[in-house]
Design a protein around this ligand. Structure first.
Ligand SMILES: [Fe+2]
Length: 419
C-alpha cells in the first residue's frame, strides 16, 4: 500500500513537472507545437473527408484549449488516485484533489507571466479547473464501476496489460514530439543595417525528413518568409543516404531565398561528397568552401564567410577587411575563439545537436568535440561585439534520439541599430 501511494505521488509530481515544462516554453515554441499538431489533424481529416474546408476554422485555438483541458483532467485523476490510496473518506479526498489542481492552475498562470510572449489568464484557470473536475468525475465513475463489477483474475490481468499499453502509447507520443515536431527559435540582433534582414539558419539535418519531401520543414520555413537561408553542415549522414531527396529539399529552399551552405564532418565522411557538392551547386545552392561572398539584401550589403575545415587548407584570415556586416558560417561552435578580433559580427554554427539529451531547465548532456555538458550547445553567445548562434540542428546521427531537444529552425532578425 505504502509503495503504491509513493508511486502514485511520484506520477502526480511528474505530470506537474510536465505541465510546468510546457508552460515554460516561449509563446512561439508553444504555438509551433500546437500548429504542428493542428497540421497533423488537418492531414488526417482531409484524408478521411477530402472536401473538408480548413479556412476560417480556428483549429489551432481549439487544439491549445483542448490540450489545457486534457492535461488538467489527467492531473485531476492522478491527484485523486494518490489521495485515495488507503483512505476511506472519498468526499474529503475529492475536495482536496480539486483544491490542489486549482491552486496548481493558478500557479501555472502566474508562472506564464514571466515567460516571454505569454501571460496568465483567468479563463485558462477556469478551463484547467473544469478539466480537473472532469478528471475527478471520471476517476469517481471508474471507482464506482470497479466496486460494482467483480473482475475475474483474467480480466484484472487484461486491464493491467491495457494500462501498460497506454503507458507505452504515451511514451511513443512523447518520443515522436521530441524528435519529429519542429520548433523555431527566434533571435534579434542589433546590426548596422538600414532595413531588417530575416535569416533562417538550418543545420545537421542528417538526412532526416519532416513529412513527405520535407514538406513540413519547407512550409514552416516559408511561413518565416526569409531573405536568406544558411545551412551550417551535416545535411547528409555518413550512412548511406537518399541524395536525390536531400537535393530536392535544398532546391525548394533555393527557390524560396538565396541559400549558402558550408560542409560539416559528415559531408566528408560520406562516400557521396563529390556528388553532393555538385548536386547542391546544380540546385542553386552556394557552397562556401573557405570562401567569402558579398551579397545585397534589401539594400544592405552583407559579407558571408564560409569556413570548411574539412577541405585540405584551413581558411585563415587576419581581418575581414570589410566595413560591411560580416556573417561567418562554420559547422563547429567550439571554434568560436578563432574568429575573435577579426571583424566578424555574427558566427552561425551547429554540430552540437543541442547536447542530444537536454535537462528540462538546463543544458545539453553531450556534444561531439566538446564532451559532456558542452558549453556551446545551443542559443546565443557573445564575445565583445561578436555574437555566435548555435543551432540544435534538425536530425540525429550516432544517437538516434533527442530528449527535451526538439528539432530546431533558427530564425535571426538583423535589426537596424537605430530601431
Ligand atoms: Fe557535425
Amino acid at each position: 500500500m505504502k509503495r503504491r501511494r509513493i508511486l502514485s505521488w511520484i506520477a502526480t509530481a511528474a505530470w506537474m513537472a510536465f505541465i510546468f515544462f510546457m508552460s515554460h516554453q516561449t509563446a512561439n515554441e508553444s504555438n509551433e507545437l500546437s500548429v504542428g499538431l493542428s497540421e497533423k489533424i488537418i492531414t488526417v481529416l482531409k484524408s478521411l473527408y477530402p472536401s473538408i474546408q480548413e479556412d476560417g476554422f480556428p483549429l489551432n485555438h481549439y487544439v491549445r484549449k483542448s490540450a489545457h483541458f486534457f492535461t488538467y483532467m489527467v492531473l485531476g485523476i492522478l491527484t485523486c488516485n494518490a489521495l485515495l490510496i488507503g483512505k476511506r473518506n472519498e468526499k474529503k479526498a475529492y475536495i482536496q484533489g480539486l483544491i490542489i489542481c486549482v491552486l496548481y492552475a493558478v500557479s501555472d498562470e502566474i508562472h506564464q507571466l514571466f515567460v516571454p510572449g505569454r501571460g496568465g489568464q483567468v479563463k485558462d484557470v477556469l478551463l484547467d479547473s473544469a478539466g480537473s473536475l472532469t478528471g475527478l468525475f471520471v476517476y469517481g465513475g471508474f471507482r464506482r464501476l470497479k466496486d460494482r463489477i467483480r473482475l475475474s483474475e483474467k480480466a484484472k490481468k487484461r486491464l493491467k496489460k491495457f494500462s501498460y499499453f497506454g503507458l507505452i502509447l504515451l511514451l511513443v507520443l512523447f518520443v515522436y514530439i521530441q524528435n519529429y515536431t519542429l520548433t523555431v527559435s527566434e533571435f534579434s540582433i542589433p546590426s548596422p543595417v538600414d532595413k531588417p534582414v530575416r535569416l533562417v539558419h538550418l543545420s545537421d539535418l542528417h538526412n532526416q525528413t519532416f513529412g513527405k519531401d520535407n514538406g513540413r520543414l519547407i512550409r514552416r520555413i516559408d511561413r518565416l518568409d526569409p531573405d536568406i537561408i544558411v545551412f551550417t553542415g551535416d545535411l547528409i549522414d555518413r550512412k548511406p543516404v537518399n541524395l536525390e531527396a536531400c537535393l530536392r529539399t535544398m532546391k525548394m529552399l533555393a527557390e524560396m531565398a538565396p541559400v549558402y551552405f558550408v560542409p560539416g564532418n559528415h559531408e566528408y565522411w560520406s562516400p557521396l561528397t563529390k556528388e553532393l557538392f555538385e548536386g547542391l551547386k546544380n540546385s542553386g545552392v552556394t557552397v562556401l568552401s573557405n570562401e567569402t561572398v558579398e551579397v545585397e539584401i534589401r539594400g544592405n550589403v552583407l559579407e558571408i564567410i564560409g569556413i570548411d575545415f574539412g577541405a585540405n587548407q584551413a581558411y585563415d584570415f587576419d581581418d575581414t577587411g570589410t566595413s560591411s556586416y560580416c556573417i561567418l558560417l562554420n559547422h563547429y561552435p567550439e571554434d568560436f575563439w578563432r574568429f575573435k578580433g577579426k571583424g566578424v559580427h555574427l558566427v552561425l554554427s551547429g554540430h552540437a545537436h543541442g547536447g542530444q539529451f537536454r535537462l528540462p531547465f538546463g543544458g545539453g548532456l553531450y556534444a561531439p568535440g566538446q564532451g559532456f555538458f558542452p558549453y556551446y550547445d545551443s542559443g546565443i553567445f557573445q564575445e565583445d561585439n561578436m555574437y555566435m548562434i548555435v543551432s540544435r540542428g534538425l536530425g540525429n546521427s550516432v544517437i538516434p534520439l533527442r530528449i527535451f531537444n526538439r528539432p530546431e529552425i533558427v530564425y535571426v532578425v538583423l535589426k537596424p541599430d537605430s530601431a
